[in-house]
Design a protein. Structure first.
Length: 413
């Protein structure tokens, strides 16, 4: 039988001899033992100290009533335990993340189902109600009978989230550990979706989520967040954790983030980063943000112009590259001067013996590091570019500006 949390709250509890023990004031889930089982029930009666009944001490449930399989003397006195998730306190009316629907919702009620185990009855959480039926049950509970409420709710549109798609929000790191709350489900979301979700959370909730994500995921999410929120989050992170996240970011994204921080904080984080990564970011920070140098990424793929197609593909296979962002390859001469670009699509369709020079795109386009961002925008628009190479005074490539860099910059206007 399906039971709702609102029906269970305030239910009268009787022991195995039929004696009234108290009313259900709260019930708990113990995530470390079973992620969806109601493990304990808090029973209170007048001025007596509250008692706790374990799941294996419950015989039956009915709307408004709970019967135990033991006498009152077998119950223990209640003691607070932060390893227990309190359904009323921690779930009801709280915000949660619907990882399937990729949104933040508020819990109106919790749906439970009975399961018989070793002669006792256990309750398992099946889903959380985030729609009108749960709100109506809350409003009418204690005013009209459960039977009448159930009849009314059948006519209302249903909106619920299965328990396995629920990700709880807990900003306290110590309590997250005790409750075994992980954010593995969130790490499976696209960074843009997770960033959008986080924008609807409080500052402490955002902080808690970023702090508990792995560094790679956190870096991807911060790159998608509004700059103001990103700055707030990074400033409050432990410097070592913040530096680890920055290390996973593209150098241009890390430089943009550090440029928005106070100089002392920025320098502290750069000191925490490995030398090579820190040097790349420092180089980018030396450019005016409104120039091609300030927009570019120093991580790009370049090969010699005389290389053959098969050589290049073999070399790429042996590198740890972000293949999702690998769109264009930069060509250099034997003197390390810029000589053109080759799209990956053209490379894949070429004959094995063809050289990169034969495959390069026309016209030959590059831009100086001190060129204004407006000049970058115009080149991308005129030639429908996906990537533009940035060169120094000696015509050596020093970075690239990609179409996503341009779009991100244009969105700010």
């Amino acid at each position: 039988m399906e039971i709702y949390a609102t029906e269970l709250m305030g239910a009268e509890a009787y022991d195995s001899q039929g004696n009234f023990v108290g009313r259900v004031r709260e019930f708990f889930i113990e995530p470390s033992q079973a992620s969806n089982r109601v493990s304990h029930f808090l029973l209170s009666r007048g001025k007596f100290q509250p008692l706790i009944a374990r799941h294996d001490q419950v015989a039956t449930f009915a709307p408004g009533t709970m019967r135990l399989s033991v006498g009152e003397r077998a119950l223990q006195l209640y003691e607070p335990n932060e390893a227990l998730l309190a359904v009323r306190k921690d779930l009801m009316d709280q915000q949660i993340i619907d990882t399937q629907g990729r949104k933040v919702v508020r819990v109106n009620d919790v749906d439970l189902t009975e399961q018989r185990t070793n002669g006792n009855t256990e309750l398992r959480v099946t889903q959380v109600d985030v729609g009108l039926p749960g709100a109506v049950r809350r409003l009418l509970q204690g005013v009209v009978s459960p039977g009448v409420i159930r009849k009314l709710q059948r006519k209302l549109p249903q909106s619920a989230i299965r328990w396995e798609f629920v990700n709880l929000i807990e900003s306290d790191p110590m309590r997250r550990v005790k409750l075994r709350i992980s954010h593995e489900k969130l790490e499976d979301l696209h960074p843009a979706d997770l960033a959008e979700i986080m924008e609807h959370l409080s500052a402490s909730e955002r902080q808690g989520i970023i702090a508990s994500l792995d560094e790679e995921t956190a870096a991807a999410v911060l790159a998608e967040l509004d700059e103001r929120l990103t700055t707030q989050i990074v400033e409050k992170l432990d410097p070592e954790k913040a530096a680890d996240i920055l290390e996973e970011m593209a150098p241009d994204a890390a430089a943009d983030l550090l440029a928005d921080l106070p100089k002392e904080t920025s320098e502290e984080l750069l000191e925490e980063m490995p030398g090579q990564e820190a040097d790349e970011v420092r180089e980018l920070l030396s450019f005016d943000p409104s120039t091609a140098g300030g927009m570019m990424n120093t991580q790009y793929v370049f090969v010699g112009e005389t290389s053959h197609r098969e050589e290049v593909l073999g070399w790429i296979r042996g590198q740890e590259l972000n293949l999702e962002q690998l769109d264009t390859i930069v060509l250099v001469t034997k003197n390390a001067e810029f000589s053109g670009t080759v799209s990956v699509a053209r490379l894949l369709l070429a004959a094995p013996e063809q050289t990169m020079t034969e495959l390069k795109s026309e016209p030959l386009l590059s831009i100086a590091a001190d060129a204004k961002e407006q000049d970058v925008f115009e080149l991308f628009d005129k030639y429908n570019l996906r990537m533009l190479t940035v060169v120094n005074e000696e015509n050596h490539p020093i970075g690239t500006v990609t179409v996503d860099d341009v779009v991100s910059r244009l969105v700010k206007y």
